[in-house]
Write a protein that binds this ligand. Structure first.
Ligand SMILES: Cc1cc2nc3c(=O)[nH]c(=O)nc-3n(C[C@H](O)[C@H](O)[C@H](O)COP(=O)(O)O)c2cc1C
Length: 256
């Protein structure tokens, strides 16, 4: 029986939701599908007939930890690969152009993005309404299946965007990402009356970048994935002195 692996990183659950939909599609057509969460497993990927990989877009790029994992563990893979992203915008970003430059050896025949609710609204852009969120999740579920179907059928999908757009994204990245930590550090704090020092934010950080005692510190390795803020059981993080609105999307819709 054919086997597929989906390699992914998910900061706050959007990508995880999508990969579960993809897995159920593979399983529905009798293809065994293993999910490879890059934070948990390194496995022999040569045993798979199909490889899918993806993650969120953070300022027009994949998180560095995802790219590094793929470079390290997939560079000798000779089969066809599908690459996808989850992102807030419904307009294509330059995530794939950037990734393709880094992953030159891979045979990526199919790539596309899936729009999902924005998880960065505490700092930038706006929060989806419940209705927008529901519609985005439903549409994402349909698109995720369609993408896997087309990939398996051998349909080639490459996203072409103009050089100007790629360069603009490059400038956007260089002008924001390296400064995000400093900017956030000035405005983020912890409500010590609420924080119970359970350590969940520290233990769950994918890059071991946060410490909260004796004071809040975030290392340069932070990817800004937002997990620490959203996982806090007491919602004790403050932004500009005010409580953060935690990202708790309703993924309870049935995964068919
Ligand atoms: C630091 C940061 C930067 C982001 N940059 C973009 C972006 O450039 N374009 C976009 O469409 N969405 C952007 N987003 C939104 C996320 O890509 C989107 O919500 C994604 O689905 C989150 O996936 P996850 O929950 O699996 O981590 C950004 C989110 C964060 C936290």
């Amino acid at each position: 029986m054919n086997k597929a692996a989906i390699i992914y990183f998910s900061g706050t659950g959007n990508t995880k939701y999508v990969v579960n939909i993809m897995k159920s599609y593979f399983n529905g057509i009798n293809i065994i599908c293993d999910l490879v969460d890059i934070e948990k497993k390194v496995i022999d990927l040569s045993q798979y007939d199909y490889i899918v990989f993806g993650g969120p877009v953070f300022v027009e790029r994949y998180p560095e930890i995802l790219l590094k994992y793929i470079e390290k563990n997939l560079s000798n893979y000779k089969g066809k690969c599908m690459m996808f992203s989850t992102q807030a915008s419904d307009v294509v970003s330059s995530v794939f152009q950037h990734a393709l430059k880094r992953l030159k050896n891979l045979n990526i025949t199919y790539c596309d993005f899936i729009s999902m609710p924005n998880n960065f609204y505490n700092f930038m852009f706006k929060k989806y309404t419940d209705d927008e969120e529901k519609r985005a999740i439903e549409a994402a579920s349909k698109k995720a299946r369609q993408m896997v179907k087309e990939f398996l059928e051998g349909k080639e999908s490459k996203i072409e965007i103009s050089n100007f757009r790629v360069q603009l994204a490059e400038v956007g990245y260089k002008m924001t990402y390296p400064y995000l930590r400093k900017w956030l550090m000035k405005k983020l704090s912890i409500d010590r009356d609420k924080c119970v020092e359970c350590g969940l934010c520290e233990i769950n950080c994918p890059t071991n970048s946060i410490t909260i005692s004796p004071s809040l510190k975030i290392k340069d390795t932070c990817t800004f994935c937002q997990r620490c803020l959203n996982i806090c059981p007491k919602n004790a993080f403050l932004y500009k002195g005010k409580n953060i609105e935690q990202y708790k999307p309703n993924f309870k819709q049935e995964i068919k």
